[in-house]
Design a protein around this ligand. Structure first.
Ligand code: CTP
Ligand code: MG
Length: 234
């Protein structure tokens, strides 16, 4: 059994909307609802820790957790300034009995599937760290500060990284403790963290191109289509 930390403490600045993107609705239900629902229904998940803004804790408890009977959500806690602050605060809420495999998931990524959860849990048990990802479709270029391409890495070796990401709890918390002690840290996700501070490489498990993170306004239009496709019971 594993514990999931679902992140919903971001401000969503790239969405440029009044309401944070994780609370925007798709076909009448919040983006965050869809993300949580998949974890709620997965047989390998025992507990869910929801990390949100201090001012949104009550809203989440009442309007999402209670309203949709998401009884695996055992805690709703406040996040921090950056995504990694929110992860760290969530990790510290994990109960002793759950300190085995921990999954980190973006609340703004509603099309995670049961299969991704099962496969990341399994791979984390085997390799210590894993993430879902997909081969990139476009050619990727490294550029210089003047906007000129300087390098074109071989696309066969490039993946776009998604969540969920799963880890052995002790490995991830140890990496975070080391990052705390380091003044020059700069990380964008937890797989990068365990690479840098623990020297552990993450196994990549197949995600899906539909497993988008809702980030900019046009993502909402696609997301409505995906809700119709994946959550057809509504
Ligand atoms: N997140 C979080 N705490 C933060 C920043 C982000 O819990 N301090 C969460 C977001 O709520 C989101 C996920 O991490 O579910 C992925 O982050 P991102 O897509 O970058 O969301 P935001 O930071 O909210 O958006 P933006 O970067 O456009 O401001
Ligand atoms: Mg962000």
């Amino acid at each position: 059994m594993a514990v999931a930390i679902v992140l919903a403490a971001g401000k969503g600045s790239r969405m440029k909307s009044d309401i944070a993107k994780q609370f925007m609705t798709l076909k009448g239900r919040e983006v965050l609802y869809y993300s949580l629902k998949v974890f709620q229904e997965n047989a390998n998940i025992r507990d869910i820790i929801l990390v949100t803004g201090q001012d949104d804790i009550e809203f989440c408890k009442k309007n999402i957790v209670d309203r949709y009977s998401l009884d695996k959500v055992s805690r709703v806690c406040a996040g921090g300034k950056e995504r990694y602050n929110s992860v760290y605060l969530g990790l510290r809420q994990v109960e002793e009995r759950d300190r085995n495999i921990v999954l980190i998931h973006d609340g703004a990524r509603p099309f995670v599937t049961d299969r991704m959860i099962d496969e990341t849990i399994e791979a984390a048990g085997k390799y210590g760290a894993c993430t879902v990802g997909m081969p990139v479709k476009d050619t990727i270029k490294k550029v210089d500060e003047n906007g000129f391409g300087v390098e074109t890495p071989d696309r066969n070796y490039l993946y776009q990284i998604q969540t969920p990401q799963a880890f052995k709890y002790d490995l991830l918390i140890s990496a975070y403790d080391k990052m705390e002690a380091d003044e020059n840290y700069k990380i964008t996700d937890d797989t990068m963290l365990v690479e840098q501070y623990e020297g552990v490489r993450s196994k990549i498990v197949e995600g899906a191109y539909e497993n988008i993170k809702i980030t900019t306004p046009e993502d909402l239009e696609i997301a409505v289509k995906f809700v119709e496709k994946f959550f057809d019971k509504f």
